[in-house]
Design a protein around this ligand. Structure first.
Ligand code: FAD
Ligand code: ZN
Length: 469
């Protein structure tokens, strides 16, 4: 990019809110694991929707690639530019105002750069719940959450990011602003434009603000860490728990022993809640609108039924809030604790819940046929049929030698996912990581429609080129 054009971009936000030197731009060019890196002509931090509009209008006229970036926690490289050095990164960090909390309508309107945890704090202060919850919530931003249609642990009872969104304000590639900040639950006035931007990963426009749905804040939360013998038993227990608790069952997470062992080994201060090891565990949480006692009573009755039917082998029920949080730490450390164990081949997949045990049995068999000593660490949102199907390298192997087997292991996993009617990206999106797989697995009719939507919204293809499609 020539200096004159760069200066025109910088002038829109002011030099104080732009980064152009290598050192200042660098943190935006790399995701936290260093898996994707890129280059950029500048990073702009607009402070208002009108500034975003001017940036996109200039980019559209000059054919400049725009890469939206929120908290930079995305796991598929969508927020990282390519290596050309011509793209402008638009960081939403300064769009960080909470515009309104309406407790009568149970709605909050926030700008795209508000960090997810800050939304939790703000809504709790008004005795409301915003249920989207993920391990990255201290740094990811709501614009990124909506653009990736994030899932997380609350999806079981409350749904994914899309389900939390009532309305959006979006800047389109030509600089016009789509003002759709509606609080309406019901609005059937033609095509749902809002839903197109959710999960679009920044390829159709820049989300600058959102109106989100709020819920009553639970009065009590109870959690248990239960040992089960197999994914089948975990699923059978899930059905019983769901039947007893309904939507009060707000989390149901599965963990393989291997992952729990990694966490106990590497994360300081973690303790095994149970006296001996078991092959599988579930973390089950009940939220009650009435009281903590009510939540605990429901949880006790689920655990009891589980024991009676031979589904639960052993278990620990959190006796205090500190213990409940400690159980969650075990689950949330699952990704990080795999890092010191060497290379990990990761898959974020979903299949119909009923197909999960069969998928897991077949995947295990097929992977062990390729690498007999591979260490399987599947974990995740069993209640949603969504697993982080991670495979760690055998002890003593060379990391790269193992990662080189991705080309053999991943197609096998995706093949089984397809055979069971599942998805190759349950919650992290496509980004640059799964573009080829999307092209290979989505139906030609769907792909063609997606390309035509992209061309209609962004005819000059300036929005996040090289991502998704
Ligand atoms: P970024 O990473 O900055 O961007 C993500 C994508 O959205 C990019 O394509 C970017 O271009 C686009 N984008 C960002 N902001 C905008 C905007 N305002 N307008 C248009 N496009 C935009 N995900 C889950 O779904 N469930 C989980 O449980 C989960 N757990 C995680 C745990 C950890 C430890 C980490 C690191 C990540 C996890 N994620 C999870 C990944 C998840 O996708 C991101 O954490 C989050 O949703 C992305 O938000 P962000 O602000 O960091 O977006
Ligand atoms: Zn997840």
């Amino acid at each position: 990019m020539n200096d004159a054009l760069r200066t025109r971009f910088v002038d829109i936000v002011g030099a104080r809110n732009a980064a152009v030197t290598d050192d200042d731009v660098a943190p935006h060019l790399r995701e936290w694991r260093g898996r994707w890196t890129g280059r950029a002509a500048a990073v702009l931090r607009p402070g208002a929707t009108a500034e975003v509009a001017r940036i996109l209008e200039l980019a559209n006229r000059t054919g400049t690639a725009i890469v939206p970036q929120g908290g930079n926690t995305g796991l598929v490289g969508g927020q990282i530019p390519d290596g050309s050095g011509d793209a402008v990164i638009v960081s939403t960090a300064r769009l960080d105002r909470i515009r309104e909390i309406d407790t009568q309508a149970d709605a909050i309107t926030v700008e795209a750069g508000v960090v997810l945890a800050a939304i939790h704090d703000a809504t709790e202060a008004h005795d409301r719940l915003f249920p989207l919850s993920l391990a990255a919530q201290g740094s990811c931003q709501i614009g990124g959450n909506l653009s990736t249609n994030a899932g997380g642990t609350g999806a079981l009872a409350y749904g994914v990011a899309r389900d939390q969104c009532l309305g959006l304000e979006v800047v389109l590639p030509d600089g016009s602003v789509l003002d759709g900040l509606s609080k309406l639950k019901k609005d059937n006035t033609g095509y749902d434009l809002r839903d197109l931007f959710i999960g679009a990963e920044g390829t159709l426009g820049i989300i600058t603000a959102a109106t989100l749905r709020l819920y009553p804040r639970p009065r009590g939360k109870a959690a248990a860490f239960l040992a089960v013998g197999s994914p089948e038993d975990a699923l059978a227990l899930f059905r019983r728990a769901r039947a007893v608790a309904g939507t009060a069952l707000t989390a149901y997470e599965l963990m393989a022993r291997m992952g729990v062992a990694f966490t106990l080994r590497h994360m300081p201060g973690m303790r095994d809640p149970l006296a001996r090891a078991y092959p599988w565990y579930v973390l089950l949480e009940i939220s009650s609108g009435r009281s903590l006692d009510d939540a605990r009573a429901l949880l006790d009755s689920i655990a009891e039924t589980g024991f009676e039917h031979g589904l639960v082998l052993d278990g620990a029920i959190a006796e205090s809030e500190a213990q409940r949080l400690a159980l969650w730490q075990l689950r949330e450390a699952m990704s990080e604790s795999q890092i010191p164990e060497g290379g990990s081949i990761k898959h974020d997949i979903s299949v119909p819940v009923s197909a999960l045990p069969a998928f897991m049995a077949e995947a295990e068999k097929a992977i062990l046929a390729i690498v007999p000593e591979a260490r399987l660490c599947p974990f995740g949102h069993l209640g949603d049929g969504n697993l982080h199907y991670n495979v760690s390298q055998p002890v003593g192997w060379d990391r790269q030698a193992f990662l080189d087997l991705t080309d053999r292991i991943t197609p096998v996993v995706y093949g089984l996912v397809r055979a069971h009617g599942g998805s190759i990206s349950a919650e992290h999106g496509i980004g640059q990581m799964k573009r080829q797989e999307l092209a290979a697995t989505k139906s030609p009719v769907a792909l063609d429609l997606m390309r035509r939507i992209k061309a209609a919204f962004d005819p000059n293809a300036i929005m996040n080129p090289g991502k998704v499609l």
